[in-house]
Design a protein around this ligand. Structure first.
Ligand code: FMN
Length: 322
């Protein structure tokens, strides 16, 4: 079974961190349908230190919400250590990941996220400060490059991180400049996998059992992260498990089943999310639209949900009419 540091994580198919998506309701639904390991939404070190209400809300959890990992965003080693220690007082996690992958302009400007790919000394400084002080494994999530294919440098950087004591690496096989579009650089992920002894996880375009197997076969990686493939599709975790075991395509999820799970997801949002009523309705609209992919007259339904709903009841009414 796969281990990160000295922690057995029990699976090699993990729910990826997705800011604004993988909150407690999302994780509970994913776990009920086969996800065996999840990430919290990313935590910004400064927001944690300055006690922003929303950041604390994002750390809401439940006893069913285990095992889990947390990802920290930041650029200053001492600030990140302070934030990491504060985090560990608040949550019980299997490991702590450092975000070196976020492409958002405001994050890059603060020298965090994917900026660390082109500022390796800063990344090493963060790891050297955190790893000896923290009582749990530390991992990194990177991209395959910043603005150009850069396999040799990325491999050297990961090897150095391994020497400093990083326990695993998650590689999103796209450049920072690609955002979330375009194909996956399996070759770069494979080069990282071949160069280190720590577990390597591939990320990018995992939308089915078939694409999960492709990532594993093409790169030889130890495990994968499921990201956008899980939006409105919590069944993907079982699908991947089944496909890898048997090679069988999944059976289609029926419309009544989709409606039932969406309703439950909206119930969880209502129960667990502490935001304003209008914020909640907006969030529910986003979630409902995820589930409407690939169903007949989806575009019409999406438009109606966007235009005609102001509350959970309005959204449910449209869904139940389908
Ligand atoms: C809405 C959204 C939010 C994301 N937030 C994070 C994040 O906070 N931290 C992170 O490391 N990656 C984040 N990612 C990247 C995913 O974890 C994943 O690496 C990426 O989407 C590639 O996988 P996919 O092509 O299968 O979606 C995010 C992706 C999306 C779509």
């Amino acid at each position: 079974m796969i281990k990160i540091g000295n922690v057995n994580i029990g699976t090699n198919v993990l729910l990826a961190p997705m800011a604004g998506c993988t909150d407690l309701p999302f994780r509970l639904i994913a776990r009920e349908h086969g996800a065996k390991f999840c990430f919290y939404e990313m935590v910004d070190s400064n927001s944690l230190i300055y006690e922003r209400h929303e950041t604390y809300g994002n750390l809401k959890t439940d006893k069913k919400d285990l095992p889990i990992a947390v990802q920290l965003l930041g650029s200053d080693p001492s600030g990140m250590l302070k934030a990491a220690l504060r985090l560990l007082e608040l949550v019980k996690v299997s490991f702590l990941d450092i975000n070196c992958a976020c492409p958002a302009k405001k994050v890059i400007k603060k020298r965090a996220g994917a900026h660390l790919l082109r500022d390796a000394p800063r990344l090493y400084g963060i790891l050297q400060r955190l790893i000896p002080e923290l009582p749990l494994p530390v991992t990194i999530k990177i991209r395959s490059g910043f603005n150009k294919k850069d396999d040799d440098n990325i491999v050297e950087m990961v090897k150095r991180c391994e020497d400093i004591g990083v326990s695993a690496v998650f590689v999103h096989g796209r450049l920072k400049t690609q955002g979330y579009a375009g194909g996956i650089d399996y070759e770069a992920i494979k080069k990282v996998k071949d160069a280190v002894r720590i577990p390597v996880f591939g990320s990018g375009n995992i939308f089915s059992g078939e694409s999960a197997k492709l990532m594993l076969d093409e790169t030889g990686c130890d495990g994968i992260l499921v990201a956008r493939g899980a939006l409105g599709n919590p069944w993907i975790f079982k699908e991947i498990e089944e496909y890898i075991k048997t090679g069988k395509p999944p059976k289609e999820i029926s419309l009544p089943e989709k409606k039932k799970v969406l309703k439950k997801h909206l119930d969880y949002i209502d129960r667990y999310k502490s935001i304003s009523a209008s914020g909640k309705a907006g969030f529910m609209r986003k979630v409902a639209i995820w589930y409407l992919k690939n169903i007949p007259s989806a575009s019409n339904l999406r438009a109606r949900i966007t235009r005609e709903t102001k509350s959970c009841q309005d959204i449910l009414k449209i869904i139940m009419e389908i």
